[in-house]
Ligand binder design. Structure first.
Ligand code: FAD
Length: 479
């Protein structure tokens, strides 16, 4: 097939590129999607009393958030409100951790974390900033009061895990504080939900079905599913007689003037050499290799009846603190991965569901490897261990598997100490490819390419719009 434009990937950025092209009156394009569904890292699935999200879940922030701004006032949004609550810390011997002390320790770390993003932050990793700051404060505190050293260490370990969930990083000692200043948080509520409807609802706004159906852009009709692109040959002449050639794993080929690549940084890391002919420029390869792309595991458990304080607005989650002996004992067993389950939290719109998060590459590899039945037993064991009582068996479970999926190979990007060392940023990843005569041939979009909202869903949307607008502007020069 021959088209003016080929878009690779029907996630948020690919669909947003398509919508922007259509808005600009450009209709001759196709979107090639490797999976058998549209949505990419937005994957809402039926569970319990609605749709839960195996990928992007919350709208993070309001001011300047392109998704919030599209949706505000036109959709019944909810709020999970985690950070406003006192946290319920549990120990691996089934006892409560001292609530006041553990919350205070957590608050110390949270303040240090916020300070790590103030101007003038040092040239060190986020892990180092937290560790040295925490040690200093604990030393000062211990001059006036007795600090439970064990608890302090347990809360520290938990905090690192929680922040690893934030960044999808494997270690906070790999996360650059300076470079993550680059990624900005939109002001306002960080845990806005789609209630029971799922993040997939965003596509109705991207295609303008909502709020005014008369403006609907049928981007979906341009998508071809089960088309995994294996090569993009961008070695072309400048006189428009030659085009970029895109080859799929089923042998089909497509030609286009311009290709937009929106696959994840994980896909680029694993396959950029095979995907692009000729190979990509050095600075782009440096960016692909040195910007981080990690993984976050999620599990949803549904129970007949909630056994947690479902109606208490001050309660949001169980946080798990491992005792040293328990850590040692479990480290030689098949269950060793489970120490990286941070805890379980409730979801305002799903009264019978608890959600858990898992961090750490090795643990997530195990988590993705186990079958559902084994995992249900393991999670029940974990809850009973920390709650110190029998709990009902979950009646249903659903979990994600982004790491082992060839079309993602992880969850989202973050800036590492290596990104900082090699001075590569999302802007480097976003640089388009021009042929030797200066003709625009390949654009890159996707969350990891956004100059200030990388990792976020709203960053993915904006990157897609930007690609669509750039193409429209570029093509208008030749009309
Ligand atoms: C577990 C998890 C939790 C998250 N939580 C949040 C959150 O709460 N809030 C938030 O704002 N963001 C969150 N995110 C991030 C957000 O989901 C992503 O930033 C966004 O969905 C990425 O969109 P994208 O278009 O850049 O990439 P993708 O969604 O990955 O789209 C790229 C598409 O390209 C396809 N593809 C890949 N390779 C090929 C190929 N070779 N040929 C053809 N097609 C290919 C893929 O199948 C995919 O459909 C989360 C993500 C995950 C995974």
């Amino acid at each position: 097939e021959s088209h003016k434009i080929v878009i690779v990937g029907a996630g948020l950025s690919g669909m947003s590129t398509g919508a922007k092209l259509m808005e600009n009156g450009i209709d001759d394009f196709v979107i090639l999607e490797a999976e058998d569904r549209i949505g990419g890292r937005i994957h809402s699935v039926p569970f319990s009393n609605g749709f839960v999200d195996l990928g992007g879940q919350w709208i993070h922030g309001e001011k300047g958030n392109a998704i919030f701004e599209m949706v505000r006032g036109n959709f019944d949004l909810g709020n999970d409100q985690f950070y406003e609550n006192l946290m319920d810390f549990r120990l691996s011997n089934g006892k409560f951790a001292n609530p006041e002390q553990s919350n205070n320790l957590f608050a110390i770390l949270y303040n240090l974390y916020e300070e790590a993003y103030s101007p003038g932050v040092k040239n060190v990793s986020l892990g180092e900033i937290l560790e040295t700051g925490y040690e200093k404060i604990l030393k000062l505190l211990s001059e006036d009061e007795v600090v439970d050293e064990n608890l302090a260490k347990q809360v520290f370990d938990l905090f690192l895990k929680q922040q690893n969930a934030n960044y999808a990083s494997n270690s906070l000692y790999d996360v650059s504080a300076i470079y993550n200043n680059y990624t900005q948080e939109c002001e306002g509520n960080q845990t806005i939900t789609w209630k029971t409807k799922g993040f997939k609802s965003v596509f109705d706004f991207i295609t303008k079905k909502l709020p005014d159906p008369s403006k609907f852009l049928n981007v979906e009709s341009k998508v071809q599913l089960n088309k995994q692109v294996i090569n993009i040959n961008w070695d072309i002449d400048s006189n428009y007689t030659e085009e970029v050639k895109v080859t799929c794993s089923d042998g089909s080929t497509y030609t286009a003037d311009i290709v937009v690549f929106t696959g994840s940084l994980g896909v680029l890391k694993a396959r950029h050499e095979k995907l692009f002919t000729p190979k990509l420029p050095e600075n782009k390869i440096k960016a692909i290799e040195n910007i981080g792309f990690g993984v976050l595991g999620k599990v949803f458990l549904e129970f007949d009846e909630p056994f947690w304080p479902v109606d208490d607005n001050n309660w949001s989650e169980y946080f798990f603190l491992w005792n040293e002996d328990d850590l040692k004992n479990i480290s030689s067993t098949e269950l060793k991965w489970i120490v990286n389950v941070i805890g379980f939290f409730k979801l305002k719109s799903f009264p019978n569901v608890l959600e858990g998060m898992i961090v750490g590459d090795d643990s997530i590899k195990e988590f993705e490897r186990f079958d559902d039945k084994t995992l249900v037993d393991q999670f029940t064991w974990l809850l009973e261990k920390f709650l110190g009582k029998k709990v009902q068996n979950p009646k249903a479970m659903i979990r994600n598997r982004w790491f082992s999926n060839d079309n993602f190979l992880g969850t989202y990007s973050y800036l590492t100490m290596e990104s900082q060392k090699y001075r590569v940023t999302p802007d480097t990843l976003a640089l388009p490819l021009y042929n030797s005569d200066g003709k625009l041939v390949v654009l890159f979009a996707g969350e990891a390419t956004h100059h200030k909202y990388s990792s976020y869903s709203h960053g993915a949307v904006e990157s897609g719009w930007k690609a669509g607008n750039e193409i429209a502007k570029y093509l208008s020069k030749f009309q």
